[in-house]
Design a protein around this ligand. Structure first.
Ligand code: PLP
Length: 416
């Protein structure tokens, strides 16, 4: 057993934007004995989680659950719907979009990667990584594709590397305005169950997600929510697929089973997470989204008070899941994170790809509350001061003021 209990007292603060802290209730559910995945009890669990996860994606269509990390579900979405050499339009809004594009290349697809050009005047960081997906760029490109060579448009709903959430319905409108038949594939790996997301209503063909973010589970399961159009495309899609193939999975799922051995204990956890997220007594998904929006506002109040730039430059697309904080030129954000980890046992997200060393990320997803966030902000503020960063004012004070002035709509505890 590796020594994870080295903390002399108290708990580690896992404030990265996923994996997010797992509630004790979910950990306990996952500690139950593993059961026969072909036995009668298993079908009850399978049918329950399949129905519940559909509610979270807000879809009536099928959802494939894979024993894999999010990357597996990215691959599954592509190999089930596309053929070798197909052109796909992808949008470069951050490191995860870049990794998805790399994966598409490795599969033999022809991804075209579009972005806003240039560097941002305030920070010198890529413009496109500070703003959401620009639907008009997608529309322009699709209008120019009169032969309909582009078979899919791929966008990331919540860019975990930047803290920018894109307007997915605007991307749908872009496809419709261009009267283009491409499939719409959306990565909501870090958006689902923290930020509003509606697979059916938004006209998405494949939604991709993972367990370790808003669902408050450990890493290890991922999802494809699939439209009727995507299912039809899968009948003729010629990229090689075996493990990821939807047909056998959906066939077996009808009775609550999987063709291969499912991740039984993570499914116990998923069942518990669904009970927590969908519970009408605590306000259901609407209350979940409102909580995360409010936490995002509180954290951004802190960053503004510090006088540091928020990585997301467009308030219309601030992420309710995480906030990226840009450090002043000359302050290595990774050295700062290391200092904060060593001194305060707080883990913050690193700057990924083009943002390496220039920013850190504060997660406000999954199982949080005002005080865990206040503790994380206190750790950041102490670390920034120790690193010699001149702060305009106390972000901790600003966040306390924000949370105090904006009480949570849903009562935390039942009235006595
Ligand atoms: N897409 C997004 C938006 C992510 O945040 C992540 C992981 O953090 C991934 C894809 C890749 O998922 P995984 O690391 O679970 O394979």
């Amino acid at each position: 057993m590796i020594a994870l209990d080295h903390h002399p007292s108290g708990r580690h603060f896992l404030q990265i934007p996923g994996p997010s802290p797992v509630p004790d209730r979910i950990l306990r559910a996952m500690s139950l004995p593993t059961i026969d995945h072909r036995g009668p009890e298993f079908a009850q669990l399978g049918l329950k989680v399949l129905a519940g996860i559909g509610q979270v994606f807000q879809t009536r269509g099928p959802v494939a659950i894979y024993p894999a990390s999010g990357t597996g579900a990215w691959e599954a979405a592509l190999v089930n719907t596309l053929s070798p050499g197909d052109a796909v339009l992808m949008y470069d809004g951050g490191q995860f979009a870049a990794l998805w594009q790399k994966l598409a290349l490795r599969l033999g697809l022809k991804p075209e990667f579009i972005a806003l050009p240039g560097l941002d005047a305030e920070t010198g960081l890529p413009n496109s990584w500070r703003r959401g997906v620009q639907a008009e760029l997608i529309e322009q490109r699709l209008r120019a594709d009169s032969a309909h060579a582009i078979k899919a448009v791929c966008v990331v709903h919540n860019e975990t590397s930047t803290g920018v959430t894109s307007d997915v319905p605007a991307v749908r409108r872009a496809l419709d305005a261009a009267a283009h038949p491409a499939l719409l594939l959306v990565d909501t790996i870090s958006g689902l169950a923290s930020a509003d997301y509606r697979h059916d209503e938004w006209g998405i063909d494949v939604s991709i997600s993972g367990s370790q973010k808003g669902l408050m589970l450990p890493p290890g399961i991922s999802f494809n929510a699939v439209s009727a159009k995507a299912l039809a495309a899968s009948k003729t899609a010629a990229l090689p697929k075996a493990f990821w193939a939807w047909d056998e999975i959906f066939e077996m799922n009808r009775t609550g089973y999987w063709p291969t051995t499912p991740n039984t204990n993570l499914l116990y956890g998923l069942s518990e997470a669904l009970d927590l997220l969908l519970d009408p007594a605590t306000g259901g998904l609407e209350a979940v989204f409102a909580r995360h929006r409010r936490w995002g506002e509180g954290v951004r109040a802190a960053v503004r008070a510090w006088g540091l730039p928020i990585q997301c430059a467009d308030p219309a697309v601030y992420s309710p899941v995480l906030t990226g904080v840009v450090t002043p030129v000359g302050v290595d954000a990774d050295a700062l994170r290391k200092l904060i980890h060593q001194r305060f046992d707080l883990s913050l997200g690193t700057g990924l790809g083009k943002l390496k060393g220039r920013m850190f990320r504060i997660g406000h997803l999954g199982d949080c509350n005002d005080l865990t966030l206040m503790a994380a902000l206190a750790g950041c503020e102490m670390g920034l001061k120790l690193a010699g960063v001149k702060l305009a004012a106390s972000g901790v004070q600003a966040a306390m003021d924000h949370f105090a002035a904006h009480p949570q709509q849903q009562p935390l505890l039942a009235a006595a």
